[in-house]
Design a protein around this ligand. Structure first.
Ligand code: SF4
Length: 376
């Protein structure tokens, strides 16, 4: 029987108090009548219908994302985690992350999160600059982010992540570095540091703000990267930094082309079958349609032609060497199918190749899109 990759569980909570101006995630306005208990029942039914994919496989990580999962009541979260534990084989040192929006949780909430088994808090800070928070359409103030981070540390979760963005409207290098300095002062184990990208069909997409030019962005990235490294964080993915031993295992599983089961509105799954084919499932996006019991929007098998691109698109984001034998193990394709693309990548200096590994070069990181295009 084929060796199946690691399996994670993703749960999508689709509501937010307000739409941030840059956000294109699948979320809907939170109202008092959202029927969270009904949604939890449907999440568990959705899981039940997918249980055959998890047969005999352990779950090492759970990620509760959104939307704003911290809008859920403790009762609802407890019922959800209890229901999951009845259905799935959970590893004892399970990583359970919940995304938290500052301004939506109290100390009581956070203590309850710890008591029901949540191990990791991912806090959406974005910036510590009040004016920038308003420009981004965020609902919170810098002090709420700081206070929540301090509470998380005092309560003693295994890990705290702070989500930050740079390249904000008219942001200077110093403003961006100040955000990083404020974050580092809170001593989180993990920092996700993303460049703001204007997506179509967002408020910024319709009315684009003035963003820093390429030169400023380059300086922000270089100086910010240096600051993180000298502060004891290791870059393990293009936008993710962690103290040693505190990488996000859930996201690493995505980037190592592991399997994941997604439940909830718009959630995606990637599941390797025993015959080696890779199946993708997308769930219905809108909560009202989803809560009608029609969970699946589409199922499809990833074609053999698309597998190399999908594999490397994830794999090269992680800044680690790739065991060459893993490609065949996870795609069921022979290395000869990508030999031409690999030789081109080598000739352009995008990767190094040893007898047993591939590693992306500094040049390859700068031209990641061109590198990946070779595998299309
Ligand atoms: S809180 Fe997060 S998910 Fe909700 S609108 Fe803002 S960025 Fe998007």
């Amino acid at each position: 029987m084929k060796h199946l990759p690691k399996l994670s569980l993703y749960i999508h909570i689709p509501w937010c108090i307000k739409k941030c101006f840059y956000c294109d995630f699948n979320n809907y306005l939170y109202k008092s009548n959202i029927q969270e208990q009904k949604y939890i029942d449907h999440l568990l039914l959705d899981l039940e219908q997918n249980l055959h994919f998890s047969y005999g496989r352990n779950i090492a990580t759970i990620f509760i994302g959104g939307g704003t999962p911290s809008l859920l009541s403790i009762n609802a979260l407890e019922k959800l985690l209890f229901g999951i534990s009845k259905h799935l084989l959970l590893l004892s040192n399970l990583e359970i992350t919940i995304e938290v929006n500052p301004g939506t949780v109290t100390e009581e909430h956070l203590i309850s999160y710890k008591n029901i088994g949540i191990t990791r808090i991912s806090l959406g800070v974005q910036t510590f600059n009040t004016k920038q928070l308003i420009k981004l359409g965020r609902i919170h103030q810098p002090t709420e982010a700081t206070n929540t981070a301090l509470l998380v540390s005092n309560i003693g979760f295994n890990s705290l992540n702070l989500d930050l963005m740079y390249g904000l409207p008219n942001q200077t290098i110093n403003q961006s570095l100040n955000d990083l300095r404020n974050a580092i002062a809170l001593v989180p184990q993990h920092i996700s540091w993303y460049q703001l990208v204007i997506e179509p069909k967002t408020i910024f997409g319709y009315n684009p703000p003035q963003l820093p030019n390429e030169e400023i962005l380059w300086d922000i990235y270089n100086q910010g990267h240096e600051l993180l490294i000298t502060s004891g964080y290791q870059q393990y993915e293009i936008s993710n930094y962690a103290k040693p031993g505190y990488q996000c295992l859930h996201n690493i599983n995505y980037w190592r082309f592991g399997d994941y089961l997604g439940i909830g509105c718009g959630a995606h799954s990637k599941l390797t079958q025993v015959d080696g084919t890779v199946l993708r499932i997308v769930k219905k996006k809108h909560p009202l349609v989803y809560m009608d019991g029609k969970y699946v929007e589409k199922y499809y098998q990833v074609s053999q032609i698309d597998l190399p691109f999908e594999y490397f698109m994830n794999r090269f984001r992680l800044l680690e060497t790739i065991p060459r034998q893993e490609f065949t193990k996870l795609t069921s394709l022979n290395e000869s199918t990508i030999r031409f693309a690999l030789d081109q990548a080598l000739s352009y200096g995008y990767i190094y190749e040893s007898d047993t590994t591939w590693t992306i070069t500094e040049h390859g990181k700068l031209f990641l899109n061109s590198l990946l295009e070779l595998f299309i």
